[in-house]
Design a protein around this ligand. Sequence first.
Ligand SMILES: Nc1ncnc2c1ncn2[C@@H]1O[C@H](COP(=O)(O)OP(=O)(O)OP(=O)(O)O)[C@@H](O)[C@H]1O
Ligand SMILES: [Mg+2]
Length: 255
Amino acid sequence: MSTLKLTNLSKRFGGVVASEDVNIEVPAGKVIGLIGPNGAGKTTIVNMITGLLPVTSGTIHVGNADITHAPAHEICRAGLARTFQNIRLLGEATVLENVMIGFHRHETSSTFAALLGLPEAGRETATLKERAFSLLGEFDLQAFADYPASGLSYGHQRKVEMARAMASEPDFVLLDEPIAGMNDVESNALAEIFMGLASSGKGVLLIEHNVRFVAKLCSYIYVLDGGKLISEGTSDHVLNDPEVISAYLGDAHHA
Ligand SMILES: Nc1ncnc2c1ncn2[C@@H]1O[C@H](COP(=O)(O)OP(=O)(O)OP(=O)(O)O)[C@@H](O)[C@H]1O
Ligand SMILES: [Mg+2]
């Protein structure tokens, strides 16, 4: 059983310290929460893990492999996948095509041939399409398979991102506010999916503003404020921690 481990992870943007000596562990088979007020540094952490932002200092390991300075495609091959807080889909492409893009970790050149519609990729395309369609089924999106992704609601677009992330068959999934813009029925359905991912052995890092949702799902929660971890532990522990309460009240006062 592998663990995604961040050790003393720091990120500075000029004078702004977005992350300071952050230590987080995401074990396989668990849903781990990462919460904190706006600007706390949550997305910055995911951007560093996935190689989108260079790390200022500290390390990132998957099991024994050090991926701190690995390029994004190697990080993907190491078994990490994410979704974006600001949805990143190919708006003109169909929902099905967007999910097919996620297969590239395993099927390299042929996937692109398939996406470009090259004839030699015909049979493979059919298989990839079937697999993508079946992933859409897990997120209740099959009815939208042939729609342009940009035509879907934000809630549905977030689910397309999740289906695409799952296409790479990751060991660890990093979800940046996955239920934003969803109603209770949709977010409860996703809660079931997240639990299923964990019970199938994946490690899930869940960033979310809805603290009740996180408390319900996560065995362990980390709380960031101003780039630093101010609390960690079970939901009972962190939600009753005076530091956490004052960080959130301060956020409400500023809002
Ligand atoms: N590319 C960047 N350049 C400069 N500053 C940045 C950059 N990205 C983030 N920051 C700053 O780093 C801090 C942390 O931002 P980050 O987006 O990680 O917070 P967050 O916890 O994800 O917030 P939210 O809940 O609003 O999504 C903020 O002060 C932000 O302005
Ligand atoms: Mg964010």
